[in-house]
Design a protein around this ligand. Structure first.
Ligand SMILES: [Zn+2]
Length: 309
């Protein structure tokens, strides 16, 4: 599980930062990549990575402002030319289906694979499959904006072969049953309970993605004890009023949420283009005073989400 930031700028692209997009690479887990937002030229950014468009199977759209969706038609179109590509699902606010379909229809773009749309209407679970769940809640932005919490299922502990050695369990279905924590009877009548021979379960990881919003209570529900929180920080600590007026967050609000939710690491993204050089360093410093494990993400930065324990 790895995060790759494809665009980290708010509003308009700058020379150093493109507009919003984030890839959650689940290659070891599902052999898939999930995208969060798709600002203009996201597919150009992807050309600079090892991401293959056909691996992208889900795109989550936080809200319908242009800097978060203008990359969709081009990316969806190019994905058609990557051989035998499978279906793709887009999760987003009302209107995103119309935006995509209208763009494709007017440009007479033919897509070679099925696209499914899931309209976000209320808080709750929107994905539950193959060991992953995704939850969404509405945030507080000028238009409807949604945050996401990706939850990996816990993994059962490994079979403790040393502890099992004295029972000389033959290779095969009996071992499989023990591995699943079930009870088995050996040829000599000995009964073993799998649960007695399993190591500790491994906690699944949680990644929370919060794009455009003011500080609001729903963020804390989505970010509670997340391993990684990706949070917009359009402004620094001195611009609290601007942040409020424009329905955005400051770096310190993001850090306060990270601290309150006891997350593992905070990545700041969606940063206004003016925070470069010393101003960017200052922004990180302000956030770290509240939550030390903070990183200001740059375009094409990659971070592994470590397994707990
Ligand atoms: Zn934005």
């Amino acid at each position: 599980m790895e995060l790759e930031f494809l665009g980290t700028c708010s509003g308009q692209p700058s020379k150093l930062r493109n507009v919003s997009s984030l890839a959650l690479k689940l290659l070891d887990e599902l052999n898939e990549i999930w995208l969060f937002d798709c600002g203009e030229a996201t597919q150009h950014q992807i050309l600079r990575t090892n991401i293959r468009l056909r691996k992208i199977t889900k795109i989550f759209i936080s809200h319908n402002h242009g800097d978060h969706i203008f990359g969709l038609p081009g990316l969806l179109s190019t994905r058609s030319f990557q051989g035998d590509v499978g279906p793709l699902t887009i999760y987003g606010p009302a209107g995103i289906e119309q935006f995509v379909k209208t763009s494709l229809r007017i440009s007479k773009t033919k897509i070679s694979y099925p696209i499914k749309f899931v309209t976000l209407e209320e808080a709750g679970k929107i994905v539950s499959e193959r060991g992953f769940e995704v939850y969404t809640e509405k945030l507080d932005h000028r238009i409807d904006s949604w945050g996401f919490r990706v939850v990996e299922a816990d993994k059962a502990g490994e079979l403790l072969m040393d502890k099992l050695a004295e029972f000389k369990v033959p290779n095969g279905p009996l071992l499989g049953k023990l591995k699943r924590g079930e009870q088995v009877e050996l040829a000599d009548g000995t009964v073993l309970n799998g649960k007695d021979f399993l190591g500790p379960a491994k906690k699944g990881r949680v990644v929370t993605v919060i794009y455009d919003t003011r500080s609001t209570a729903s963020i804390r529900r989505l970010a509670d004890h997340a391993d990684v929180l990706v949070h917009e920080a359009t402004f620094d600590a001195s611009e609290g009023k601007l942040a409020r007026d424009y329905y955005h967050s400051t770096c310190t609000q993001a850090a306060e949420t990270a601290a309150a939710c006891q997350v593992g690491h905070l990545y700041l993204t969606h940063v206004s283009a003016r925070y470069v050089g010393p101003l960017a360093s200052q922004m990180v410093k302000q956030a770290r005073e509240i939550f030390p494990a903070t990183t200001l993400a740059r375009d094409l930065d990659s971070f592994i989400v470590p397994m707990k324990g």
